[in-house]
Design a protein around this ligand. Structure first.
Ligand SMILES: Nc1nc2c([nH]c(=O)n2[C@H]2C[C@H](O)[C@@H](COP(=O)(O)OP(=O)(O)OP(=O)(O)O)O2)c(=O)[nH]1
Ligand SMILES: [Mg+2]
Length: 128
């Protein structure tokens, strides 16, 4: 089981940032909320802050948890925790994805989102 944090980062139009996993990674071609695996001795909040710096070169503040889910893929199980975040500084640079998009909650399902995310997306749509 891997523990993963992921960010809901909204722009001034209330659109949500998603990014596409590049060729060569597992789940290549799937869109996701930026984030990654929690490392040893790291809180979820610290992990997410670190991941957004590494993956997008931005500094964020991590707010409240918006949901969590557990999903079993063919070869691993992921425990995914979604957090509200706010941009503190930086311009987004894609370091580990091949595309990004700002998307309204109700349009997230038009993208090929990682299967683990689908229950949380339903929640986002219903609470938006
Ligand atoms: N970040 C993120 N990962 C997700 C989402 N949905 C989902 O199934 N995952 C899966 C994909 C990966 O198998 C795993 C996250 O691992 P990752 O590859 O992003 O890990 P990482 O950023 O620490 O990168 P790496 O150093 O392991 O390459 O969780 C999501 O919405 N966001
Ligand atoms: Mg990642």
């Amino acid at each position: 089981m891997i523990h993963v944090t992921a960010a809901i980062l909204r722009n001034e139009s209330n659109k949500i940032l998603i990014a596409r996993r590049p060729p060569g990674k597992n789940l290549a071609g799937y869109w996701e909320f930026p984030g990654g695996k929690i490392e040893e001795n790291e809180s979820p909040e610290e992990s997410l802050k670190r991941e957004l710096k590494e993956e997008m070169n931005i500094t964020v503040e991590v707010g409240k948890q918006l949901g969590e889910t557990t999903h079993t893929y063919d070869t691993f199980t992921v425990h995914l925790m979604l957090y509200e975040t706010a941009l503190l500084s930086g311009d987004i640079q894609l370091k580990e994805h091949d595309r990004m998009a700002w998307v309204a909650a109700e349009e997230l399902l038009d993208y090929l989102m990682a299967p683990a995310d689908l229950p949380m997306i339903e929640n986002l749509i219903n609470t938006d």
